[in-house]
Design a protein around this ligand. Structure first.
Ligand code: ZN
Length: 281
């Protein structure tokens, strides 16, 4: 048994509902002070889900992308060659997720974890559906039809945003891909790969956009469609909805305005350029 309080356990049970597969994006610190910290929360999540349900979390490894694309912080150009030469290859058992918090950092090391094999955009699952959901992840299609995302939609995973907003909801990139948003080809995903014993930097075909800072624009549409459940886990605001509902609403929004989910930050070169390209005939 984890050391999680019965109150937090009840909150988690309510947030997960009766979903067979839970796609979780979480900021555990938002829950408040918890005895045992992230470890206790992670163990508690698995206990609440039990043996018949599956947890899925993102395990992206942006530290393994080409340094010329790094923006936060950028890598100085004079260091690019060194960084490229020293960059390790992706190893699903060894490569830690990059800045995704305590839950993914513990999940990928779990004994029963299955990790999808994409060098940058992998997911981790634990539970009876894990192997099936994570079995393949086309290198050239990180957010597309040959990734785990359509499988998560097929089983109608419950997306749970625990202490985070829609800007963390990666499934929206799959919706962008299905909608064929005009800015897809601005996104790049370049990473080292060993091909016939030699290291190469390969660039994946684009799928979905590259910026998620504008995804909050979906919120009023999801509310109007009455598909969002609002709860608290400890002090953390928690939203949840079904993957299919999200895709349906996002498809409607993108059909009406293909640029609706771009962000408004002047510093975001990707969204600024997407708007300029989208506005030109
Ligand atoms: Zn942006």
């Amino acid at each position: 048994m984890s050391s999680l309080s019965s109150e937090l356990r009840r909150d988690l049970e309510a947030a997960f509902g009766d979903a067979r597969v839970v796609m979780l994006h979480a900021a555990p610190r938002e829950i408040g002070l918890v005895d045992g910290g992230g470890r206790a929360i992670f163990d508690g999540i698995l206990e609440v889900l039990g043996p018949s349900r599956t947890l899925v979390v993102p395990a992206f490894t942006n530290q393994l992308t080409d340094p010329s694309h790094w923006v936060n912080p950028p890598a100085p150009p004079e260091r690019w060659e060194t960084i490229r030469a020293e960059m390790p290859l992706f190893d699903p058992h060894e490569t830690p997720p990059y800045q995704l918090g305590a839950i993914p950092a513990l999940a990928y090391r779990h004994l029963r974890a299955a990790r999808s094999p994409h060098p940058v955009m992998s997911l981790v699952a634990i539970g009876p559906d894990a192997e099936g959901l994570m079995q393949s992840h086309a290198i050239t299609d990180p957010m597309g039809r040959r990734s785990p995302w359509p499988r998560l939609v097929e089983v109608d995973a419950r997306v749970v945003l625990l202490g985070v907003g829609l800007t963390r909801c990666t499934l929206v990139h799959y919706a962008e891909h299905l909608a064929g948003v005009p800015y897809e080809d601005l996104a790049t995903c370049t990473f080292p790969l060993e091909i016939e014993g030699e290291r190469h930097f390969v660039e994946a075909e684009p799928s979905g956009g590259d910026c998620s800072e504008g995804f909050d624009a979906l919120f009023p549409h999801l509310e109007r469609a009455r598909v969002v459940e609002h709860r608290r886990v400890g002090r953390a605001r928690t939203m949840s909805f079904s993957a299919r509902d999200l895709l349906r609403v996002a498809a409607e929004v993108l059909r009406a305005d293909p640029l609706a989910l771009l962000c408004n930050f002047v510093t975001c070169h990707l969204c600024s350029r997407a708007r300029v390209d989208g506005a030109s005939p």
